[in-house]
Design a protein around this ligand. Sequence first.
Ligand code: HEC
Ligand code: HEC
Length: 226
Amino acid sequence: MKTRSRLAFWGVATLTPLAMLTGASAWAQTAKPGDPAAAQKKVAMCIGCHGIPGYQASFPEVHKVPMISGQNAKYIAAALLAYQKGDRKHPTMKGIAASLSEQDIADLAAYYEASGKNLPATPAKGGAATPEVTALLNKGACASCHGDGLNQPRDASYPKLAGQHADYLYVALKSYQTDKNAKIGRSNAIMAGQVKQFTLAELKLLANHIGGLGGDLKTVPQAKFK
Ligand code: HEC
Ligand code: HEC
């Protein structure tokens, strides 16, 4: 019995870094399902930015940090892995993601998906889409992936967009157009193909419209010390 459990321990200890190097599929196999309760302490690392409504970041330009409460766990985990692997280059989030284990990522993703579920949905702030915006949404077939109201993605690894901060959406959209920059940019084949058909002015129109939609995304304020 004793030898066995010690063996199992070493098995886990040596497998973990390997699994991290080999990426998402290995990650999915080795991490236990995310446990929101286990993330209670880990979120201390996040709430200074993601737990303060309207908190501003200044890189690469001033914008509000994204709302992640109510986002799909699978997408949150995919985003954190992308920062960890360098597919998303934002320096602060890269540094933070690098410090997380695969289990931390699973737990934090489950935590933020559940966070705010008992609170009312974020109401719409904007009006109906103008004909110009409707044409852009149709051109990109945004709803075919991001779902009805851009709030019900077809796949849980795709993000909910509705009601996300417009200034963040604009920065995110531009980042898919950026490559060959050490500190800015996201490499994602699907969204790179999408954004390249739009001008910056069109991306801004899209961001402003989507930011005005109502949806599940929220910032849930938390007491810093519990
Ligand atoms: C210093 C402020 C700061 C802290 C602390 C921080 N974040 Fe972030 N986070 C940001 C900013 C800014 C972005 C947008 C980065 C970008 O443009 O890609 C972001 C992006 C994200 C995203 C991607 C959101 C999306 O819609 O794609 C996730 C997920 C995320 N953070 C989770 C976390 C978690 C979990 C923690 C704690 C372990 C954390 N963050 C700590 C500032 C922060
Ligand atoms: C074929 C599916 C598909 C289509 C069509 C699509 N998207 Fe996406 N979108 C994705 C995926 C997948 C991601 C996540 C990429 C990543 O991991 O960085 C994403 C990410 C995004 C993000 C980043 C969200 C965040 O929280 O950081 C924005 C903004 C976005 N899409 C807007 C749009 C808009 C606007 C359109 C239409 C012009 C569109 N998308 C069309 C699949 C799609």
